[in-house]
Write a protein that binds this ligand. Structure first.
Ligand SMILES: [Ca+2]
Ligand SMILES: [Ca+2]
Length: 235
C-alpha cells in the first residue's frame, strides 16, 4: 500500500505530496485529517468541476496481446462525504463494481450511489469509444460531499478497471483548482480470466480489489498507466 501511495504521489502533479489528503485518498481512502475528513471546512458551499479521463492505453503503451476494439466504459462515480465508499483497494467489490468492471454497465453503481444520498451523489459521463481517446464530464462538489470517486472499465477485459477512490477536492480549507492523476489498472477480484479476451470465469469466492502489478500493466519496476484523470475547477 505504501508503495502504491508513493506511485500515486508521483502522479499527483499539483497536490502537495505527503501532506495532501488527495494523495492519501488515492491510496484507498484512509483519511485522517480532521479539517477535511468530515466536511469541506473552509470551502464554499459548492464547486463545479470538469473531469476528463484521457485514455492512453494502446498497442504502443501495452504491446503484449493488445486486443481489438480497445475502449473504456462510461464514467461512473460519486461526489461524497467520508462515510461513503464506492470501492477500496484491499476490500471486496460491491455488486455495482463487479458489474462495471466486467461489463462496463453503470446501473448497479448508479443505484448504489443514489441509495447513499445525501452522503453521496452520482457522477456520470461518457466512455472512450476507441482508446486512445478522452471522455469528459462535469460535476458539482459540495462542502458536504467534497470527495470524488470514479471508475471506468478497460475493455475488453475480464474485470479490469481504472479509477480513483476518494480524491479530496477540499484541501487545506480551499477547493483544489486542478489535479492530474495517472490511472493505473485494478483487478476487481470478481473474474479470474487472465487475458483481455478470456471467457467469463467468475471468481468464487471473490477476491479483494488489487492493483494489477503484472505485465503488461507493470514493467517490473513501475506501473504502466492506461491513462490519466484531469480534474479542473470551473466555478
Ligand atoms: Ca480478475
Ligand atoms: Ca464475476
Amino acid at each position: 500500500m505504501r508503495r502504491l501511495a508513493s506511485i500515486l504521489c508521483f502522479a499527483t502533479i499539483l497536490a502537495a505530496c505527503g501532506t495532501s489528503p488527495a494523495a492519501e485518498a488515492g491510496d484507498g481512502g484512509a483519511m485522517d485529517s480532521p479539517d477535511s475528513s468530515t466536511r469541506g471546512a473552509g470551502c464554499t458551499e459548492t464547486a463545479e468541476y470538469e473531469v476528463a479521463f484521457v485514455g492512453t492505453w494502446s498497442a504502443e503503451t501495452h504491446p503484449d496481446g493488445f486486443p481489438p476494439g480497445p475502449h473504456f466504459s462510461p464514467l461512473i462515480g460519486a461526489v461524497h462525504d467520508d462515510t461513503f465508499d464506492m470501492w477500496t483497494i484491499g476490500e471486496l467489490a460491491t455488486d455495482g463494481i463487479e458489474s462495471m468492471a466486467e461489463t462496463g454497465g453503470t446501473s448497479g453503481l448508479d443505484s448504489e450511489v443514489t441509495a447513499a444520498e445525501p452522503a453521496a451523489s452520482v457522477v456520470r459521463g461518457p466512455g472512450v469509444g476507441v482508446s486512445p481517446g478522452t471522455a469528459t464530464t462535469t460535476f458539482v462538489a459540495t462542502a458536504d460531499t467534497p470527495f470524488l470517486s470514479i471508475t471506468t472499465m478497460l475493455a475488453p477485459s475480464p474485470d479490469w478497471f481504472a479509477g480513483f477512490d476518494a480524491v479530496a477536492l477540499c484541501v487545506e480549507d480551499a477547493w483544489v483548482d486542478s489535479l492530474e492523476l495517472e490511472a493505473i489498472l485494478y483487478d476487481a477480484g470478481t473474474d479470474s480470466g487472465p487475458t483481455y479476451l478470456a471467457p467469463n470465469d467468475d471468481t468464487n469466492p471473490a477476491e479483494v480489489i488489487r492493483a494489477l502489478d503484472e505485465p503488461p500493466f507493470h514493467d517490473g519496476s513501475d506501473f504502466v498507466p492506461v491513462g490519466r484523470f484531469e480534474i479542473t475547477r470551473l466555478d
